[in-house]
Write a new protein. Sequence first.
Lengths: 326, 348
Amino acid sequence: MAGICFGSVNIPLFEVLKSLIGSDDAGTLHSAIVLEFRLPRTATAAFAGASLAAAGLMMQTVFRNPLADPFVLGVNSGASLGVAIALLVLGPGGIALASQTPLTGSLLVVVAATIGAGASLGLILILSRRVDVMSLLILGLMISYGVSSIVSILIYYSMADRLQVFFNWSFGNFGAVTLGQLGLFIPIAILGLIGAILLVKRLDAFLLGERYAKSLGVGVEGSRLAILACASLLAGVVTGFCGPIGFIGIAAPHLCRYLFKTSEHRFLVPASILMGALVGLTSDILARAPGLEATLPLNSVTALIGVPVIIAALLKQKSYQRLFGG
Amino acid sequence: MSHHDTALDSDTLVIGYKESGQKVAENLSVSLKPGEFVSLLGPNGVGKSTLIRTLAGIDDPLEGRVFLKGEPLSDLTPKERARRISVVLADALPGAMLSVYGLIALGRHPYTGLMGGLATDDKERVDWAIETMGIQDLANRRFGEISDGERQKALIARALAQEADVLLLDEPTAFVDLPSHVEIVNVLRELAHSQGLAVMASSHDLELSLSFSDKLWLMDLEGKLTNGVPEDLVLQGSVARLFQGEFSGWDAESGSFRVRKTPARFARVSGDGETCYWVRRALERVGFGIRDDDEVALEVSVGSDTNSCPIYQAIIGDRSKTFTSLGDLLAWIGRMDRAVSGHRAKYG
């Protein structure tokens, strides 16, 4: 609710409620802001945060690495490459298409980012059958670096006006999703979140490492594939619609581990989903800097929330290594 | 091969790494019966861990098959296998945020439903496992906060919660202090004997393995596996061969490691019981041979005082002295030796 009320124009809570229930005497301007911008934006922030947190938790468990999040597998950079190719390479046709549609041609960006994220996801899934988990983590990082350098080359040879669109996307934004696009974004996110909840038992088995998981009767390759696919779906769809958003995927699961003092996924998965939504909403409100005319880049806000959480968890645990063993 | 009274056995197994095809050991025929506690011994790097993982179905054999009560392991579904074999691995240990109870409850994984919640009988089995390992006071601690010995007990409890008839353990007593070590070995042996579990544990401790195991599997550097009851393997010299080069000082007569020296002089010890045994051991350690005739440099007679504490009367030549500890006795022998060599240096 706070997310809907605050913004560059503050709207009284009463007016918001009136708009939401469709009451006729709501101020038309406020009503339009609520329905067209604030409501989609708030829903996006909640679902994006929840999806990133669930994806981050799954990655951390499978890789047994506290700093793993969806982006270490190159989903982020794959999406960047897709967007960079669409905006910077496809040329005037592409950019014309982008500028014709409202909200900086978000649909083109969404499609490009999703294809890019999907491509890097496919590559990782193929590799995941052939190498062990630690090698996969390193391969994901290498793919990220490789792809990022291609993006840098594209940026280097691009013109300023096109770069602006690319940079807008790369800062991350919950506000670019329209009410119409929500109809696509939310069902996909819910599908991924349900997948994460169905995977809790397999995730628990992975807590002891892959060999123990196998000794508990878990099909390790299949489960790893399912978990990575689910995490990538969640991360891919968020990145596609909102741009790359850092730190929520790392910070939300850690906050839950710290608050609930458990590693068991039947508690951690739902808790991380809720915590992710909360962090997403909070970041969105802070990014819109209530009371100020300007907005802040979303990724700076998530970093400012995420970094202290990670540092606090680190100090609290003395050693991150002990959190995960090995 | 007859399978009907074995819990786990194999035809001639070749173990190693599937990816590289590198063989670790071949021609391994093993058999483990219900109610048996077996120790697997061998120098580092012979493939004990690989053998354990292969028998547990975690690694696939390069050739040959493993059988569970005569059924090929590869024919079982993963869940069925998990209900029949449980393991304690030497892998890096899991997350510290996991509670000991949560860790042990993971053993119920092959029995629980979609979300992994525990039913009443699951909880009963977990409680039984906790009680069996005597770790009730650890249940609510974080796994990362407890000692090495406690961790091993928790990991064994987790394996017990899995309710399998075969329990395979990779070095369950590594990094564990001696009292816990003896305790763990005792519990494993007791589980085999009273619950009818087939238990096999690899170990580095030859002396304890000899004393506690129903059978030994000895794996040598050529990757050959010899098995039998401990005493047969000692008498056939298999134990001595296994540790040749790695340690010296294996003494088949006592079943323990001793300082090996050809005795330059002899001692006679009179008296009886436990005390005499330890007097002989102390004297052997400092280089005396033990014999019963009069051709000896030292005579020790063991008696006891009014509080039944041992007293040792020692005679060297025309000197005689009484001691209440073996430390004092050995120190006196040392002083006498130095006096003699000092005398020789002066006048000899």
